[in-house]
Structures are given as C-alpha cells and as structure tokens.
Ligand binder design. Structure first.
Ligand code: NAD
Ligand code: UDP
Ligand code: UDP
Length: 343
C-alpha cells in the first residue's frame, strides 16, 4: 500500500533503512522544504555532495536564492517556488520538512500565516509522504518546551507553553505539527522522524532576523552596541549549523522516530554570549540593555542523552570555534568584499 513504484533509492520502503549488502547506494530523491533558508541550504549542500537528487521547495519568505545558487546548473538540483500551505505533487523518497520562519521577528510578522505553515503546510507534506511512501522528517523546536520547568530538557518533558501568547503561533504550531506527524505515523503507517532543534547559528543566517547571535555579530561588526534584552541572565544553548545537519541526516537514516533533542548542551547567559562576541570581534564593543520581549523563556539547555545513545550523535563545534566561521560570512555580506551567500 505504501510502496512507491517510481523510487530510485532504498530510503523508505526498506524497513531497516539500510542498504542491502553488495548493492551500491543509488541516489535518493529528496525534497527539502525551506531549503533556501539558513539550515535548509546547509542540508542541501550535504545531500548534493552525497550524490542525492534534491528538490528545494521554498516560498522565499525568509529564504534566499543566494543560499542555493551555487547548485544552479547541477542536474541533481531543482528549485521550486512554492508555498507549502498549497498542496504539492512530487515523486520522492524522503522529505525533510523545514519550511517555517524560525526567528521570533519573522514568525510574529504574520502569526496566522505561521500557524497555517505549521499546520496546513505540515499536513500537505504528510499527505505527500503518505501518497508516495516517502520517509518524512519534521524539524520541530525546543520551543515546544515553552518556558521550561524542567532543566535541562529531556524529550519526555511535555512543556510549559502559553497557548494564547505572542509566541504561540510558533510554539503551538510546532506542537500541532508534531501531533500530525505522530497521527500520520500511527494512522497511516507513514515513516516519520521528529527533531527538536535548539538555537542554531552559522553562516547564511539572515543578518537582520533579530535572533541574538545574528544581532550581536552584526552589531559588533557595524560598531553598534550589543543589545541585551532584560537583565541578560536568561540562558540559551547555541549549536553550530554543521552539527545540526549531521544530526538531521543521522535521524533520517536511522531507525528511530524520536522525538530527538538536537542541540549543543553548552549553556550561556546572554551576557556571556556578548562577552564571547566581544572577544571574537571587538573587545571594545559596548553593551546596551533593552526591555525583554513577552513570554521569553528563562532558560534552555538540551539533554541529548537519547541522541547520543540511539543516533551516536553529539555536537563537535563549540561556540568559541563556531562563532568565527559565522563572523567571516557576516563580514563579507555586510561589507560586500565577497560574493553573497558564500561560506
Ligand atoms: P529560515 O527562516 O532561514 O528558513 C526557513 C525557510 O522556510 C525559508 O527559506 C523560508 O523562505 C521557508 N518558508 C517559510 N514559510 C514557507 C512556506 N509557507 N512555504 C514554503 N517555504 C516557506 O530558518 P531556519 O533557521 O533555517 O529554520 C529551519 C527550520 O528549523 C524551521 O522549521 C525552524 O522552525 C526549525 N528550527 C530552527 C532553529 C534555529 O535556531 N535555526 C531552532 C529550532 C527550530
Ligand atoms: N497532499 C499533497 N500532495 C500529495 C498528497 C496529498 O499536497 O501528494 C495534500 C492534500 O491536498 C491534503 C493533505 O495533503 O490536503 C492531506 O492528504 P491526505 O491524503 O492525508 O488527506 P485527505 O486528502 O484525504 O484529506
Ligand atoms: N536577545 C537579546 N538581544 C537581542 C536579541 C535577543 O538579548 O538582540 C535575547 C532574547 O531576549 C532571548 C535570547 O536572546 O532571551 C534568544 O533570543 P532569540 O530570538 O535568538 O531566540 P529564541 O528566543 O527563539 O530562543
């Protein structure tokens, strides 16, 4: 019932997810929704390098052609301008479903659209996965834990989320997306994977997306004060993008549904982050305090024991090693001394 006669690879209908011995791995056909965005474009690079055929589906709300244009002309790469809120017919083996604005500034810009993207968009991609027998991976978020009362957060924690707040379009949207994913799994036998991603940074982030790492780095480079919201004692755990992409691919290829926390357990207050940015870019950068945003989670740090044990995954790049890689990308894009989107 769920087999796909057009499939080229072995990704989904093979229950072990492993390639039969003696057979060379053929390229898979993979859809990456949101593939022109920050995380998606790095994932696309890895999949193309592995020899897969990749279709990027993106409406360019926060994504940019510059992030993927180095693949233009490669017959294994296709870029489709499409909004996942509308149905889509494709024949594929795997779906990495990333489409959704990720920074608070962008997801609050049109909250109803954010909900539609998370709910209707995820429903459509699950409908597609069901029709063609593809394996489906959802990029959920640490925000499903809300302002957590458990620290660090384990996957078994159900969260502390305000259902009627300004962040709810994203938090509750992703929680519904997880529910839909599990219901398609239980009800229709779709092979699914769920990743709960913690704060991630790296080259190709939107420069003005309002997230703390992109703000501090852009501010320090532009000789503007670093804007610390609230008292700056709230914490986050920052993961470099290559670690996340490795985790997503291991999760897709592995045998476990999840959910899995994918994040770097190194925990920093915003004031400590500001210090690392000062050390990396400009020791004289000033700090300016601003009022915090509504419903801001006080602390966040992943417990990654499950991913360590079942996926053999853990992050390798520390904040102090990853930040300089992002800084050189931002420097090139802000001061224009190199072509955009390179990393
Ligand atoms: P991003 O904004 O750079 O990428 C999102 C991409 O989705 C963009 O290219 C955007 O144009 C596209 N998109 C948005 N709405 C769409 C729609 N309706 N139809 C088609 N395309 C659409 O963000 P990112 O940081 O790369 O995040 C990717 C995924 O990872 C998101 O689902 C996000 O929720 C999740 N995530 C990211 C982080 C992080 O720290 N970066 C943390 C937790 C979860
Ligand atoms: N869908 C899609 N592409 C497909 C198959 C389905 O976009 O290849 C959409 C479809 O339009 C529907 C959603 O996915 O809105 C859920 O599909 P499903 O078949 O599970 O439900 P139904 O169509 O029966 O409501
Ligand atoms: N933040 C800050 N200065 C900024 C932007 C954000 O101090 O210029 C704080 C924000 O209040 C939050 C933390 O940094 O406590 C992380 O915010 P971000 O928007 O990056 O991610 P999220 O809140 O989604 O984890």
């Amino acid at each position: 019932k769920f087999s796909n006669p057009h499939r080229l690879g072995f990704g989904s209908s093979n229950p072990t997810g492993k390639i039969p011995l003696g057979l060379k791995r053929k390229g898979l056909r993979i859809v990456v929704t949101g593939g022109a965005g920050f995380v998606g474009s790095h994932l696309v690079d890895r999949l193309i390098a592995r020899g897969d055929s990749v279709m990027v589906v993106d409406n360019f709300f926060t994504g940019r052609k510059e992030n993927v244009m180095h693949h233009f002309g490669n017959p294994n790469f296709e870029l489709i301008r499409h909004d996942v809120v509308e149905p889509l017919l494709l024949e594929v083996d795997q779906i990495y479903h990333l489409a959704c604005p990720a920074s608070p500034v962008h997801y609050k810009f049109n909250p109803v659209k954010t909900i539609k993207t998370n709910v209707v968009g995820t429903l459509n991609m699950l409908g597609l996965a069901k029709r063609v027998g593809a394996r489906f991976l959802l990029t959920s978020t640490s925000e499903v834990y809300g302002d957590p009362l458990q620290h660090p957060q384990k996957e078994t924690y159900w969260g502390n989320v305000n259902p009627i707040g300004v962040r709810s379009c994203y938090d509750e949207g992703k929680r519904t997306a997880e529910t839909l994913t599990m219901d398609y799994h239980r009800g229709a036998g779709v092979e699914v994977r769920i990743a709960r991603i913690f704060n991630t940074y790296g080259p190709r982030m939107c420069i003005d997306d309002g997230r703390v790492v992109s703000n501090f780095v852009a501010q320090a480079l532009r000789k503007e004060p670093l804007t610390v919201y609230g008292d700056g004692k709230q914490t986050r755990s920052f993961q470099y993008v290559s670690d996340l992409v490795e985790g997503l691919m291991r999760l897709m290829e592995g045998e476990h549904v999840g959910p899995f926390n994918l994040g770097n357990p190194g925990e920093f207050t915003m004031l400590e982050l500001a210090e690392v940015v000062q050390e990396t870019i400009d020791p004289n950068a000033k700090i300016e305090f601003r009022p915090n945003t509504e419903d801001d989670p006080h602390k966040r740090k992943p417990d990654i024991s499950r991913a360590k044990e079942l996926l053999g995954w853990e992050p390798k790049v520390s904040l102090r090693n990853g930040l300089p890689l992002m800084v050189s990308d931002f420097r090139q894009r802000i001061f224009g001394d190199h072509k955009e989107g390179s990393s």
